[in-house]
Design a binder for this molecule. Structure first.
Ligand SMILES: Cc1cc2nc3c(=O)[nH]c(=O)nc-3n(C[C@H](O)[C@H](O)[C@H](O)COP(=O)(O)O)c2cc1C
Length: 414
């Protein structure tokens, strides 16, 4: 019976354990978590979501406070179009985050950064360019483009000296999205080094509509593997979304996947950035507690725990401090939803906004409990302690369970 360790992910002549720990924004996939995957010979992701805030926490910078102070005069103004990111600050924060992670790197694996296009930051092209270029400057091994079609993203860094040596990949949820990406970038003569195929059971935002349940990862994988064969493209295809056991992973590796990307199992790892009490919420969740809704202002459906504090919270938009989802014109769907509720309840001190959520603030405060479909199985991966809580696990334990387990088994911690 095969196990994940019988397979290797190959990038050129280099070989890796075919396990990628997926990016989980805002510092849920911490450097510590990514570095464990790297030490064990796989691929770990950090995320550049809200990186000035991450830098403040990691390096005691004051980027968010400075920005808030600078735009304080605008707090009561519903027009957020003048709020811009200082690109030098964004570059500085990204370099710090990536550089410190790369300096701490041990082992044979690689560190990639997850870069979401939907973080439009009121200047989509300029900010994305700075984020990617600064990560490359600071020596990141690779960039995973996510949450968007990224049709112009390669073009933004085509002049960077590391454009051809760093690993660049993209997350897609359909063969159509991949075809579009390849077509748009054909003139750059630079193919992605890997393609992650994310199915509808993943955590975070979904690359599907609310009809996500009609799709399944195995079918999309088969279509994309076939497409690669037909086009004679030799690009590793990596399966993601709902791969919960080593045996699940093996079935994708046997079907032609070069590796798997996993995340949910690692949300309860000691090295994961979620606060301990939130990890316990993930452990406790039952199947009915996991919902897909449209409260994310990005327009993508998102999966989360039903009792997540972000649902219905009517806080004032916090774009002066954050503003990561402002489109190029100072708009965010949460601002619109919030203003509607304020207009409907002019005398209320507190309001509830059900349609959308202030995702920046809630992700920043670990109050948007996004999770994968199989979160309800996490309780089966550990032991229950005497006080009723669940024992958290080391990332090494989870990684090795994926790597060596067979027969749908999950090893419990010692
Ligand atoms: C808590 C959480 C946060 C996530 N955040 C992001 C993100 O910021 N960007 C992204 O591209 N994917 C994100 N994902 C998706 C994962 O990187 C990964 O592809 C997917 O969840 C794999 O499926 P699994 O969780 O069933 O293993 C997130 C997943 C989880 C569970």
């Amino acid at each position: 019976m095969k196990r994940v360790d019988d397979f290797r992910l190959k990038f050129g002549k280099k070989e890796f354990v075919p396990i990628m720990v997926g990016g989980m924004g805002v510092d849920i996939s911490t450097a510590e978590l990514a570095l464990e995957a790297v030490r064990l010979g796989g691929i770990g992701h950090i995320s550049d979501a809200m990186v000035p805030d991450v830098s403040d926490r990691r390096f005691d910078t004051s980027f968010v406070k400075d920005k808030t102070r600078f735009y304080k005069h605008n707090i009561d103004n519903s027009d957020k179009s003048t709020i811009k990111f200082d690109l030098a600050v964004l570059a500085d924060a990204t370099r710090r985050h990536v550089d410190a992670t790369m300096q701490a790197k041990r082992g044979e694996g690689l560190v990639f950064v997850n870069c979401m296009e939907k973080l439009t930051m009121n200047a989509p092209r300029e900010t994305l360019q700075v984020r990617m270029a600064s990560a490359l400057d600071a020596g990141i091994d690779g960039i995973t483009l996510s949450a968007g079609l990224h049709l112009g993203s390669f073009g933004l860094i085509a002049d960077h000296p590391r454009f051809r040596d760093a690993k660049l990949g993209i997350i897609v949820s359909s063969v159509r999205a991949l075809q579009l990406f390849l077509r748009k970038n054909a003139k750059l003569d630079r193919r992605p080094d890997y393609v992650i195929v994310e199915g509808p059971l993943a955590g975070g935002h979904l690359g599907f509509g609310m009809d996500w349940a009609q799709y399944d990862l195995a079918t999309i994988m088969a279509e994309i593997v076939q497409f690669m064969k037909t086009e004679q493209l030799d690009i590793p295809v990596i399966a993601a979304g709902g791969i919960f056991t080593g045996s699940d992973a093996v079935s994708f590796l046997e079907q032609g996947a070069a590796a798997v990307q996993v995340a949910t199992r690692f949300t309860v790892a000691n090295e994961c950035g979620l606060p301990d009490k939130v990890k316990q919420e993930y452990f406790r969740a039952s199947e009915e507690d996991i919902v897909v809704n449209t409260i994310s202002p990005t327009g993508y459906p998102m999966r989360m725990l039903r009792n997540t504090p972000a649902i219905g919270a009517g806080i004032r938009p916090n774009c002066e401090a954050y503003g990561y989802l402002l489109d190029g014109n100072g708009n965010c769907a949460y601002i619109t939803a919030y203003n509607q509720q304020v207009a409907l309840h002019p005398d209320s001190k507190t309001i509830s906004v059900m349609d959308k959520t202030c995702l920046c603030t809630h992700m920043r405060n670990f109050n948007c409990w996004t999770c994968g479909h199989y979160t309800y199985r996490l309780k089966d991966t550990t032991r229950r302690l005497e006080d009723g809580s669940y024992q958290s696990l080391s990332a090494e334990h989870i990684f090795k369970d994926y790597q060596f387990s067979v027969d749908q088994q999950v090893a419990l911690p010692g």
